[in-house]
Design a protein around this ligand. Structure first.
Ligand code: SAM
Length: 339
């Protein structure tokens, strides 16, 4: 069963994505590669997760066709992610072409910031709506320990380059077992001094290794309230995956993303496409529709739309149910999902 809206008398009715729990789907995350120039410990082991062969990855034309199909179904926001999106040659021209797709109102990118600074002028020129940079520490040694690479300086160049161009900037920071209060305070200093939305993220079971099982980093909102007693939760923001907090005198904001606790499923408006073209209607599912197979077997847009509409009618109520159904023995790597 699908739902239809008639825009106005006389206009053709338009089928939109609304799931079986009445949640409208407006947001598509597109992981364009599984390759990455970092090896963050919580995301992927140094070795043992082979890169996906190029022919298994969706081609840019295939991705563009899918985005156009999803936009015709009411998707208005697309986030390009990976792996590291800038590890894929042609990422910038691809973003430029996405910008022109009918119905796409908001285009965002999530990047580790390692190579990103060289693309900032072009990103500003295509009017990218925001850039999310992942940054878990401001300490060079710890950066190496977490990412197994030595690129903190390059990431900071990106951070300051984004600010200099007044592109809205979010920083995502995964809180690990050994993330200290001092580290949290130093990172929060970025949101104090600059207009940055800094979001602390619960570590989720997507490390590309064996299952760790439980939440590692405790209750993040209690921790922030303890460290910053003057913090106030903003309740007037639209429902999103992040809970946002303000602090007096801060130019930016702090936030938490409770992706392990899965407290935001009831308002989840998001679907994902993996680098190999699997549609995921929940971060925790194993993929529910093989879009690559449909594209490469010559199906037309109408047939693909109908399969997508059917899938969102079978969405899990929340990430706990999706994880239970997925019955995974091992954690997949977030690099093959896109975050
Ligand atoms: N390479 C890009 C980047 O670093 O932002 C985009 C892809 S990365 C997989 C997207 C986001 O997922 C990053 O913010 C990263 O920190 C986060 N991530 C990866 N593994 C995670 C995990 N196990 N738990 C929580 N977040 C994770």
């Amino acid at each position: 069963m699908t739902k239809s809206y008639t825009n106005a008398p006389g206009l053709v009715s338009d089928t939109r994505l609304i799931d079986n729990y009445d949640r409208p789907i407006r947001y598509l995350r597109l992981a364009i590669t599984d390759r990455c120039n970092l090896r963050c410990r919580y995301c992927r082991p140094e070795e043992g997760v082979p890169f996906i062969p190029h022919k298994e990855i969706l081609r840019f034309e295939e991705l563009e066709r899918l985005v156009a199909i999803f936009c015709s179904l009411g998707i208005s926001k697309v986030r390009v992610t990976g792996g590291e999106p800038f590890s894929r040659r042609g990422c910038l021209p691809f973003l430029t072409r996405l910008r022109k797709i009918d119905g796409l109102q908001h285009l965002h990118i999530t990047t580790n910031g390692v190579k990103t600074s060289r693309f900032l002028d072009e990103l500003a020129a295509i009017d990218i709506d925001s850039i999310n940079v992942s940054l878990d520490t401001l300490d060079q040694k710890r950066f190496w320990k977490i990412t197994r690479r030595d690129y903190l300086e390059a990431v900071m160049q990106t951070v300051h380059g984004v600010l200099a161009r007044s592109i809205p900037l979010k920083i995502n920071s995964v809180v690990l077992k050994d993330t200290s209060d001092d580290e949290i305070i130093r990172l929060a200093g970025l949101a104090r001094d600059f207009p940055i939305a800094l979001r602390f993220i619960e570590k989720m079971p997507f490390s590309g290794t064996v299952r760790s099982g439980k939440l590692e980093n405790g209750n993040l909102s209690q921790r922030l309230k303890r460290i910053f007693p003057a913090i106030e939760e903003c309740t007037d923001t639209l429902p999103t995956t992040a809970r946002i907090f303000a602090l007096p005198g801060y130019k930016g904001s702090l936030g938490i993303i409770q992706g392990y606790s899965r407290l935001f499923c009831s308002t989840c408006n998001k679907v994902r496409i993996t680098p190999t073209g699997m549609l995921k209607t929940c971060l925790y599912d194993n993929g529910v529709l093989d879009l690559k197979k449909m594209l490469r077997s010559g199906l037309d847009d109408k047939e693909i739309k109908s399969a997508i509409l059917n899938c969102v009618q079978n969405r899990c109520v929340n990430g706990h149910e999706a994880e239970l159904n997925a019955k995974r023995a091992k954690e997949p790597s977030m690099a093959s999902i896109g975050g």
